[in-house]
Write a new protein. Structure first.
Ligand code: AMP
Length: 267
């Protein structure tokens, strides 16, 4: 697997934005079985199977979108799944799903059993020849163990686990100014000059879990439940740390360079 990494991050950013999005979309992931992904054909290239980790606000979703354009692997987000299940008009709002929404809006984690059922139901996406970029999953050691067991059973080893690192003051500042588009769900920085979505012109809103009280809960939950995964994946030799400060394109360039370095080291 060879990755072309341009000499400068600015050149990388320019190239990235010139690339047209890959055909691979998230129909099967977002709708669940029996939806088919529109791009399930063999591309001939070895697939990227990546887990993207990091504290809330580190930019995992944005990086997953950029890496999807660069690597072609599908962006699979459990947060998106849970939000779309909550807002879907045909979704039967079971007591378990209502409890999950309440936990989400206050910054807590949805129980492993609910999240794992949703992921397992979509395990075809993990077998996709195009690979995957898991964003927001796993978030607990229990989820990571379940994923490891499934990947072993399916003989589909992870390529790497990218861990985005960001200092606490920047995490808080990013989360508090973060807004989400009601129409296309893209995440943007809010300012007086930027009140509408710069992708589709839709209106921006602040997610319940981006309010200050929920941010404090999310950071505590991250430390207690998710940070131990750093050691978990380090033990498997899969961890690739990436500095998540500076612009999204620069962080993406760093990610690609770090992945290339990892591939050279294990080759
Ligand atoms: P995200 O969009 O990844 O920031 O996720 C938003 C919220 O969805 C989280 O704060 C959790 O409440 C819930 N969530 C997403 N993924 C998971 C997961 N893997 N395990 C438990 N809860 C999750």
């Amino acid at each position: 697997m060879i990755l072309a990494v341009p000499a400068s991050p600015d050149l990388f950013a320019a190239r990235l934005y010139m690339k047209s999005p890959e055909a691979n979309d998230r129909i099967a992931w977002n709708q669940g079985p029996p939806a088919d992904c529109s791009d399930s054909e063999e591309s001939g290239k070895p697939p990227w199977r990546l887990v993207l980790m990091g504290p809330p606000g580190a930019g995992k979703g944005t990086q997953a979108e950029l890496l999807h354009q660069y690597l072609g692997a599908c962006h699979l987000s459990t947060g998106d799944l849970l939000r779309s299940a909550a807002s879907h008009p045909n979704c039967v709002q079971s007591p378990a799903m209502k409890a999950a929404q309440d936990l989400m809006s206050h910054g807590g984690l949805v129980p492993d059993s609910i999240v794992w059922d949703m992921v397992r139901e979509r395990s075809a996406c993990l077998r996709c020849p195009g690979g995957f970029l898991l964003d927001g999953f796993p978030r607990t050691v229990g989820q990571a163990e379940a994923l490891t067991a499934l990947m072993r059973e399916e003989k589909l080893p992870l390529t790497a686990v990218v861990n985005y690192e960001l200092p606490l003051p920047e995490i808080i500042s990013r989360l508090s100014s973060r807004r989400t588009c009601r129409d296309c769900q893209s995440v943007q920085h809010f300012s007086a000059e930027n009140e509408i979505c710069n992708h589709c012109g839709g209106s921006l809103y602040q997610r319940d879990d981006d309010h200050p009280e929920a941010i404090a809960v999310r950071l505590k939950v991250y430390q207690r439940e998710t940070a131990p995964l750093i050691e978990y994946y380090e033990r498997f030799g899969l961890l690739v740390p990436v500095d998540a400060t500076s612009s999204a394109a620069h962080v993406c360039a760093r990610t690609v360079a770090a992945l290339q370095h990892r591939l050279q080291t294990i080759a």
